[in-house]
Design a protein around this ligand. Structure first.
Ligand code: SDX
Length: 436
């Protein structure tokens, strides 16, 4: 953080003592006003529900320019990473700060590959769930449950523990997500195979059965790997902030990541891909493209409570760069699978076209986000809708861990404990029951 030579002075019209607020500059992006001493010096809090104007931390990991529609992981544009790297290279980059060289790449891939199995006891966790349990309910339980198996790596303040917990979580998420899926369809679990790529291994654990060999389709494998890259990290979004706040108590990494899984589940966040596909299927069932105009009128009617899922973003006020890459991946996968005329893809592109020309969306700078096309490509691959957010959680685990580890390694970090503006009852006495 670079102190700015510009100062901010807070003054009060009632003559209370004014206060200088230091300003810090980052490498790129908005400066920050340092208000850490505000309450001590003025007895006042700032007020920012939803944190629209609040920087919760300083970070070196991911930068988003919402106006330009730019996303950088450790300075590298997402467009270049999605084309020139694979997901495990991206994991290495997010965790350690730069892309691996050949030797580092080989070692990291081997370390992750050798941790893909889960303890055999984990399968008994699943047996407690109904077969039709939502996969995110199962995953929240499984990830939190991992802390019961790794007592050797639960001290978040121990760098070695943080390192092995990161490898274990990145390695085991595909296995756990595939187990949740197999459990839901009543098929046997498939063990990981160490001679497959990260994405290829996940595909086999998801779609293979013990009855025959499974051949990984390289086009789908590459598409899935790119989907993982696009979802890997995204600055201080709701689930990442949840992981940071949860981890700030000193809890173990598995518990903190389980909190992130739970937060991501919400339809305003990672659950939007599932909600978006359900929305597309509903429009399709009610008449398809011919009914888009009617649907958009509902979206623009505040009282309907209907939102165009997969559109809008707290930070992006331009096209989400991930949505562009996801749409390209959609084209590739649908062409590979001979689904060029997929009606949902056509419907989605029509919805996007109409929205981008409609004043309601233009005025509010609402563009497609990462969730708008991701459901279509995952559905084409054969992933069930209810599993979409679990795939998002699988991919985002590395971002959550990188952000958590960055916080814990910061000597200045404290337990997060926001305050409030209290608008409730003032002090009053309990009345006896017969007087209430
Ligand atoms: C993710 O934060 C991240 O980085 C998240 C994420 C990540 O990688 O971690 O990018 C992943 O969560 C992507 C977002 C997925 N969610 C959806 O697609 C759900 C639909 N989108 C909306 O719920 C909404 O756009 C949010 C939650 C994403 C953002 O909401 P904000 O920033 O609080 O904005 P807002 O609700 O104040 O909206 C501003 C205006 C409002 O209208 P007015 O009151 O000004 O008249 O735009 C309207 C909103 O009603 N609006 C929408 C809309 N999104 C916002 N209207 C219709 N459809 C939408 N999708």
């Amino acid at each position: 953080m670079i102190p700015s030579d510009v100062k901010a002075t807070l003054s009060f019209s009632d003559g209370s003592a004014s206060m200088d607020l230091p300003i810090y500059k980052g490498t790129i992006g908005p400066d920050v006003l340092d208000i850490r001493k505000l309450y001590a010096q003025t007895g006042k809090f700032t007020y920012d529900p939803g944190f629209l104007s609040t920087a919760s931390c300083n970070s070196t990991i991911t930068y988003i320019d919402g106006d330009k529609g730019e996303l950088l992981y450790r300075g590298y544009p997402i467009e270049q990473l999605a084309v020139s790297c694979d997901y495990l290279d991206t994991c290495y980059l997010l965790l350690y700060g730069d892309l691996p060289n050949e030797a580092q790449r080989k070692d990291f891939h081997a370390r992750v590959t050798n941790h893909t199995m889960v303890n055999e006891q984990m399968q008994f966790f699943l047996r407690g769930f109904r077969r039709d349990a939502h996969p995110m309910a199962v995953l929240t339980g499984l990830v939190g449950g991992l802390s019961a198996f790794y007592h050797d790596s639960t001290d978040i303040n121990n760098p070695q523990h943080r390192e092995i917990a990161a490898i274990r979580l990145i390695a085991k998420m595909p296995t756990l997500v595939a187990m949740a899926y197999k459990y839901s369809v009543g098929q046997p679990y498939m063990y990981p195979k160490n001679d497959l790529s990260y994405a290829g291994n996940f595909m086999r654990m998801m779609f293979a059965t013990p009855c025959e060999d499974y051949k990984v389709n390289p086009v789908i494998e590459r598409a899935l790997d790119r989907i993982f890259i696009l979802h890997a990290d995204h600055e201080q979004n709701a689930s990442t902030s949840t992981v940071r706040l949860c981890g700030s108590s000193g809890t173990n990494p598995f518990a903190a990541i389980a909190a992130g899984v739970a937060c991501l589940w919400g339809p305003a966040h990672g659950g939007a891909n599932e909600a978006c596909l359900n929305m597309l299927e509903e429009i399709q069932a009610n008449g398809g493209v011919a009914k888009v105009g009617e649907f958009m009128e509902k979206v623009k009617d505040k009282n309907s409570g209907v939102k165009l899922m997969g559109f809008g973003h707290r930070v992006y006020k331009n096209y989400d760069p991930r949505a562009k890459l996801m749409r390209e991946t959609c084209h590739e996968v649908l062409n590979e699978l001979g689904l060029q005329n997929d009606p949902l893809f056509k419907l989605a592109m029509e919805l996007e076209k109409i929205a981008l020309e409609d004043d309601y969306f233009v005025a509010r700078k609402l563009y497609p986000n990462v969730d708008f096309y991701s459901g279509i490509v995952q559905r084409a691959i054969g992933i069930p809708v209810q599993l979409f957010t679990a795939i998002f959680a699988l991919a985002r685990t590395v971002g959550w861990i990188a952000q958590l580890n960055e916080m814990i390694a910061d000597p200045e970090y404290k337990i997060g404990r926001p305050r409030q503006l209290f608008v409730g009852a003032e002090r009053r006495d309990v009345k006896p029951l017969d007087q209430r």
